[in-house]
Design a protein around this ligand. Structure first.
Ligand code: MN
Length: 436
């Protein structure tokens, strides 16, 4: 819990820091110099450097949204309905004032400042908030499907997001939980939840459809109820699908020295590719169960499906006796044309883009039943990745032979699973999912 409190504290500090950075960067305004620079240089300077550069930029004391609200109220009250009101209505919208709110704001002003002024302001506001009628009602529609609030525009973190997101604190005691809502197409930058011990993040999808992706792995779809566990130190992003609103609860997991490292945005290309949801199957032949375990490990890592290549007639331990030159396996491996029959249901390769093929190494080669599998399934246009398990041999000869025998297939580098490190394993997996 301590870690969580620390986490929350960091969040607060971070928010303040962000605002300070904004304050230091200052609102860049050139309207004064552009329009009056020659005619009234001092006025232009005061307008651009003092009013906007300093007053508007003190966002650590009063946020931009509130400053917009004060400004448009003052202008409308004075009956100023020229370009300056248009400018301030536009920035009010940018600063997060919604269509519903501006309509309520002007109605309210009408009673204090006068009816005709409200009429004039409405005529301008109508043209500025017009195009997001759909957006607003879409957000309201989305809210109806969700028991947690959409919350407020996520301005504090906007710089780490592509597109608009909203944040609603759900729990600020015991476990810090927020509901994060993403507009269609919105996602956060690549980032890492850092911790020296524990830490990380847990997400639970609550409405709509979104994606979670770890670097070098296929993206995972998040639907209401989907639980995602993000370990500390893993580079990842999360966000909406391009055609759907999306919300997830975000749980900060207790840890030591927790912090967030925000990295580069997810490019449009990475985002599009992630949603193409590469479909993976791990096909394997396992005589003794060792290759089956390796296949399960790959399926878990890639969220792929498993397909066991089952011989029509199972191999007995006598069949597998490689000391006996007359055993079934010896006879098959001595005959390049041997094609042991496969039993069970055929794999519908139509459903997959990436096909891992695993086997134990026999006589330095893939067992002949692997040839039966390849020749009886349409693997053209698929990414085919061999893997193997072996006590003594390397995988090289078996994969070279497969590539030579089936040069029309798109082979990726193979891996001997039981003799590679976790890093080699992960790097090898990622070859199927990373575009160069
Ligand atoms: Mn995260």
């Amino acid at each position: 819990m301590k870690g969580l409190l620390k986490r929350f504290f960091l969040f607060s500090v971070f928010t303040i820091l962000t605002l300070n950075v904004m304050a230091q960067e200052k609102t860049v305004q050139t309207a004064g110099r552009d329009q009056l620079g020659e005619f009234a240089p001092k006025f232009a300077e005061l307008n651009d450097d003092i009013l906007f550069g300093e007053v508007w930029s003190r966002t650590d004391r009063l946020g931009l949204r509130d400053r917009s609200l004060v400004t448009i109220t003052s202008l409308i009250s004075q009956g100023i309905t020229d370009n300056s009101l248009i400018y301030h209505l536009q920035s009010a919208k940018k600063n997060g004032i919604t269509r519903t709110e501006i309509s309520e704001i002007i109605t309210h002003i009408a009673f204090y400042a006068g009816w005709p002024k409200a009429w004039a302001a409405f005529n301008l506001a109508k043209n500025i908030w017009t195009e997001d009628t759909a957006g607003n009602s879409a957000k309201e529609e989305f809210q109806k499907k969700m028991i947690f609030p959409v919350g407020e525009p996520n301005t504090a973190y906007a710089q780490y997001f592509t597109g608009n997101s909203y944040l609603a604190p759900i729990s600020q005691e015991q476990v810090n939980v927020s509901n994060v809502t993403f507009e269609p197409g919105c996602r956060n930058n690549w980032h890492i939840h850092k911790a020296t011990k524990g830490g990380g993040q847990m997400l639970i999808g609550v409405a709509g459809r979104g994606w979670y992706q770890e670097e070098g792995k296929p993206a995972q779809e998040i639907l209401p109820g989907t639980v995602i566990h993000i370990p500390a130190g893993v580079k990842h992003w999360h966000g909406a699908a391009s055609d759907s609103w999306f919300a997830h609860l975000a749980f900060e997991i207790a840890g030591e020295k927790t912090s967030n490292e925000w990295l580069e945005p997810v490019t449009d290309e990475q985002y599009t590719r992630a949603q193409e949801s590469v479909r993976t199957v791990v096909a394997y032949f396992s005589a003794t169960g060792t290759t089956a375990k390796a296949a399960e490990k790959i399926a878990k890592e890639t969220r792929g499906e498993l397909y066991e290549i089952t011989p029509a007639s199972a191999y007995t331990s006598e069949d597998l006796d490689w000391h006996d030159s007359k055993s079934r396996s010896s006879v098959e491996m001595n005959d390049p044309d041997s094609r042991p029959e496969i039993g069970g249901k055929k794999l519908d390769t139509e459903n997959y883009d990436v096909i891992f093929i695993g086997y134990p190494i026999w006589w330095g080669l893939a067992p002949r039943i692997i040839n039966t599998f390849i020749e009886s399934h349409d693997l053209k246009g698929k990414t085919v990745i061999p893997f193997a398990t072996s006590g003594g041999s390397s995988i090289g000869n078996s994969t070279e032979t497969l590539k030579k025998t089936y040069p029309e297939l798109e082979w990726e580098k193979g891996l001997l699973i039981n003799r590679s490190s976790e890093n080699e394993f992960r790097e090898w997996i990622s070859q199927a999912y990373i575009t160069e």
